[in-house]
Design a protein around this ligand. Structure first.
Ligand code: OOG
Ligand code: MG
Length: 261
C-alpha cells in the first residue's frame, strides 16, 4: 500500500492532468507495486478535493464490462469510477474539444436508482426494483495517459478515463423491456461505427450494477438512491474529433446524440 504522501502526489498529478487536458506517464512506471486499492484511494482523495470545491457526485461508472472493451484496452477486470454532476451534458449538446485530449465515445445503458442498493450479493431483481428508470447514454472517455495506453491500476487512478456523459432517449421503467437484448447502433457522421446488443455487457447490463454494489460493499459503502450508473460500453470506444456528429440508437429506448466542436 502506498503511503498518504504518495497517494496525495498522484492525486495532484491526476487532478492537474484532467483540468489542463495534458497527458502524464502511467503511475505504475514510477510505482510498479501500486495496487488496485491504491488506485481507489487516489479516487477517494480526488472526490474529497472535488467536493471541497463544490463539485457534486452524480453517480458511478462501471467500465471494461464487455469483452470488446477488455480486448481494446488489454485489461480483463472491470473498473469503477465517479461521475461528477458538472460532467453531465444535455442531449444534443455541443461538446468542446478544448478541455479534452484524445476523446473516445461509447454507447451505454444508464440506470438511475430510486432506492439504496447495498450488500455483497444483490440480485438482478433487486436492482430492477431499486431502479427508477433506464436510459440511453453516451460516455465520452479521455485517458490522461499518453497514447490512451494504461493498465488497470493506472486507469483506476485516472477515474476510469471519465470525461463527459450524456443521457438521452426515453427514460423507461427497467421492467418495461428486456434489458438483455437491446440492439444498439452508433453512427458517426451518418456512418455506422458500432453495432451490438446490450448482452455484450456481462450478459445483462444490470450485472454491471451488481458488481458495482458488491465492490462498494467491500469498501463499506452502498449505492444511494438517486444515483446515475453507467453500465459500461458494449462495443469498442470510437475516437472523435471536432466536427463529428454522433448518434446512438437503442432499440425500443430512443436515441441520444452529441456533436463535437
Ligand atoms: C476505461 C474506461 C472504460 C467502459 O465503458 O468500458 C469505460 C477506458 O477504456 O479508457 O468507460
Ligand atoms: Mg464507459
Amino acid at each position: 500500500m502506498l503511503d498518504v504522501a504518495a497517494i496525495n502526489a498522484i492525486a495532484d498529478a491526476v487532478d492537474s492532468a484532467q483540468s489542463t487536458a495534458t497527458t502524464i506517464a502511467k503511475f505504475t512506471d514510477a510505482h510498479p507495486d501500486m495496487s488496485i486499492e491504491d488506485g481507489y484511494a487516489v479516487q477517494d482523495e480526488l472526490l474529497r478535493r472535488w467536493e471541497g470545491k463544490g463539485r457534486q457526485l452524480a453517480g458511478l461508472k462501471a467500465g471494461l464490462t464487455s469483452r470488446a472493451k477488455m480486448m481494446q484496452m488489454g485489461v480483463n477486470v472491470p473498473s469503477f469510477g465517479m461521475l461528477m454532476k458538472d460532467s453531465c451534458y444535455p442531449e444534443g449538446a455541443q461538446i468542446a474539444m478544448e478541455g479534452l485530449i484524445h476523446p473516445r465515445i461509447e454507447a451505454e445503458i444508464a440506470f438511475v436508482t430510486k432506492h439504496e442498493l447495498a450488500g455483497q450479493h444483490v440480485s438482478i431483481e433487486e436492482i430492477i426494483r431499486a431502479t427508477d428508470f433506464v436510459q440511453p447514454a453516451l460516455e465520452i472517455i479521455d485517458s490522461r495517459f499518453e497514447k490512451f495506453k494504461f493498465d488497470l491500476v493506472s486507469v483506476i487512478t485516472d477515474n476510469g478515463s471519465s470525461a463527459r456523459f450524456v443521457l438521452g432517449g426515453r427514460p423507461l421503467r427497467p421492467d418495461a423491456l428486456d434489458l438483455a437484448t437491446i440492439g444498439i447502433v452508433m453512427e458517426k457522421n451518418g456512418a455506422g461505427v458500432a453495432m451490438t446488443s446490450s448482452a455484450a455487457v456481462l450478459g445483462h447490463p444490470a450485472r454491471a450494477v451488481q458488481m458495482l454494489v458488491s465492490w462498494l460493499h467491500g469498501r463499506g459503502r452502498t449505492l444511494p438512491g438517486g444515483s446515475i450508473v453507467l453500465s459500461g460500453a458494449a462495443t469498442e470506444a470510437v475516437p472523435v474529433a471536432a466536427g463529428d456528429a454522433i448518434i446512438a440508437r437503442f432499440q425500443g429506448m430512443g436515441s441520444v446524440a452529441v456533436r463535437f466542436v
